[in-house]
Design a protein around this ligand. Structure first.
Ligand SMILES: [Zn+2]
Length: 571
């Protein structure tokens, strides 16, 4: 038994997440954590909401609420949706927590003591009407290159030219529309990542088992242009973690907060501490996951994230951890994902494009989405959600294969033997062949899950389901029953045991269905099989069960067309 720490990139607070957010961090981390638990490991599975920064302030203003109140409400909404999707976090925290305030200030103080913080005076655009400095992308104006009137201060989205806010013609605040802007000097803290570059490179080079997607992005940031750049870690905002040097004031930094990207990954640690606080435990309860001097030496730490988050997790956060000079746990494996696109374009929170978590659950149960998303997860390249593809995947894998198998065997048993595992007959060559085939597939499934090759794992699990259907097809208990009821009883007994095995093996991907199936079969022992042959005799003759309702309904063409139309526009 190992100890495995699993974190999912923390979703931003400004709205309900779409399936593209779910597929690249929250859901695969849940599948992996469930699998690791099923294999008997001690698992700590952590996520949280990422609550700071200008987008949160703007979303709160749009909702007409104070930002703290808005964040508290949206955290509750995201937590609830996560639970309804079966995301089994040990704790779903908040980056605005008191724990994260203290830890973030602590790390900043340690980095300053180590000489890794530099104070830099910058010139930034200040909006008198808004009473605040404006981040580049909250300044709008006319593009000097193409004349587009809604170019942002960092880039023109019409011609893609990179811009500085001072390049814009007729600049105005994107928040209030005010043109009363001026350039002011302001002082900020920079994390001297450039000082850490050699250390980071050696560390990344030592991770020979990481996905190419992860290391290639990290290397690009380390090597491109002038190499790894120092990074501003403070902002002139009201909402955030006040800049302090440990628990001491930081002269010159009054009224400033840490940049959201500095404090967000620290929340992984803070959320684990929040959990200990909730449980009334002392610091040793969370430090044994995070401090190598306090028990975390044998922890394997795995992170899940979309590719856009890789630079922060391979370079910035490790700079914080390593630069602190303290024995904090560094990540052991970074699993990153490409993007899931939606019907030929991108999912977009700001444009309301695609299917969002609440909408998804309005039309179908979570397991339909979980299965399709994981069996089409964008691991080696971007992948595409289409309604045709979704319909085909659900109907084939879930309804025709798994659902149909369970339905056929339980209903046939009920009609011939009653709702009890039948006695009589013995297993023969056909069963031996199925056992051997499943054992081979199961070994592959386990190997892919250990390697976190999710798509390959789903292919093996699907193949294990298919073996059940093929077995029933060739064993033909409905025909055999007429001449040899004893043999038919053995076939049905074997098939019911297969259904039990499926409940166990499928649980990481489709936990709600697995639970329903386990309840119908009256299972109390759901332990992972060490030995397939033994596992397929676990349900003895005489064991009662009930026929479950259809596990999965097929998606009709009418439904597919209606949903496609419903989700064609904006949310
Ligand atoms: Zn332009």
């Amino acid at each position: 038994m190992a100890r495995i720490l699993v974190t999912s990139a923390i979703p931003y607070i400004n709205g309900i997440k779409h399936l593209g957010n779910l597929v690249g961090s929250l859901l695969p981390s849940d599948v992996y954590a469930r699998y690791a638990r099923a294999r008997g490991h001690e698992v700590m599975h952590i996520s949280a909401t990422d609550e700071h920064g200008t987008p949160a302030e703007i979303a709160a203003a749009k909702a007409g609420k104070p930002v703290a109140e808005y964040c508290a409400e949206m955290w509750a909404v995201q937590k609830d949706l996560g639970e309804r999707f079966g995301l089994g976090f040990d704790h779903f925290g908040r980056s605005s927590s008191e724990r994260n305030h203290r830890l973030t200030q602590h790390f900043a103080g340690r980095l300053a003591d180590a000489g890794l913080i530099e104070e830099v005076v910058e010139r930034q655009v200040y909006s008198n009407a808004d009473g605040r400095f404006l981040p580049d992308r909250y300044i709008e104006g006319t593009c000097p290159n193409c004349g587009y009137e809604h170019a942002r201060g960092d880039q023109c989205e019409n011609c893609t030219k990179q811009l500085d806010p001072t390049d814009l013609i007729n600049p105005r605040s994107a928040i209030s529309g005010s043109t009363d802007l001026e350039v002011r000097e302001t002082r900020h803290l920079y994390l001297r990542q450039s000082q850490m570059a050699d250390k980071l490179e050696a560390w990344i080079d030592s991770k020979t088992d990481w996905p190419i997607l992860t290391t290639s992005i990290a290397k690009k940031w380390l090597k491109d242009g002038d190499g790894l750049q120092d990074r501003g870690i403070t902002r002139d905002l009201d909402w955030g973690i006040p800049v302090k040097r440990g628990d001491q004031p930081w002269p010159g930094m009054e009224g400033k907060v840490f940049y959201v990207w500095f404090d967000a990954p620290i929340e992984y640690i803070a959320a684990t501490a929040e959990l200990a606080d909730l449980n009334g435990e002392d610091d040793s309860a969370w430090e044994r996951w995070w401090r190598t001097d306090k028990g975390a030496g044998d922890v394997r730490y795995v992170q899940f994230m979309g590719k856009d988050n890789v630079p922060f997790h391979t370079l910035s956060f490790p700079s914080t951890i390593l630069g602190s000079g303290e024995p904090w746990k560094l990540v052991d494996y970074i699993k990153s994902f490409n993007y899931l696109n939606y019907q030929g374009g991108q999912f977009s929170t700001s444009k309301g494009r695609g299917v969002f978590m609440d909408q998804a659950l309005e039309i179908l149960p979570a397991d339909y989405w979980r299965w399709w998303l994981m069996s089409n997860v964008p691991e080696t390249s971007d992948s595409e959600f289409t309604w045709e593809g979704f319909q085909a995947g659900v109907n084939k894998d879930l309804a025709d294969v798994l659902g149909n198998f369970v339905s056929r065997v339980t209903k046939f048993c009920r009609s011939k033997f009653g709702e009890v595992v039948p006695e009589g007959g013995t297993y023969g060559p056909m069963e031996a062949e199925a056992v051997a085939e499943i054992a081979r597939r199961l070994a592959a499934y386990e190997a892919h899950m250990e390697a976190i090759e999710i798509r390959k794992a789903t292919a093996e699990l699907r193949a294990i389901w298919v073996i059940g259907n093929e077995y029933l097809q060739s064993a033909e208990p409905w025909a055999v029953f007429k001449t040899d009821p004893e043999r038919a009883a053995a076939i049905v007994r074997f098939a019911l045991n297969l259904a039990r095995l499926y409940a166990i093996l499928s649980a990481p991907f489709i936990p709600f269905t697995a639970e329903k199936l386990a309840a119908a079969l009256g299972l109390d022992d759901l332990s992972w099989p060490d030995d397939v042959e033994a596992a397929l005799t676990a349900l003895p003759a005489g064991h009662p069960f009930t026929v479950p309702d259809n596990l999965f309904a097929k998606i009709s063409d009418e439904d597919r067309e209606a949903w496609e139309a419903r989700f064609a526009g904006q949310r």
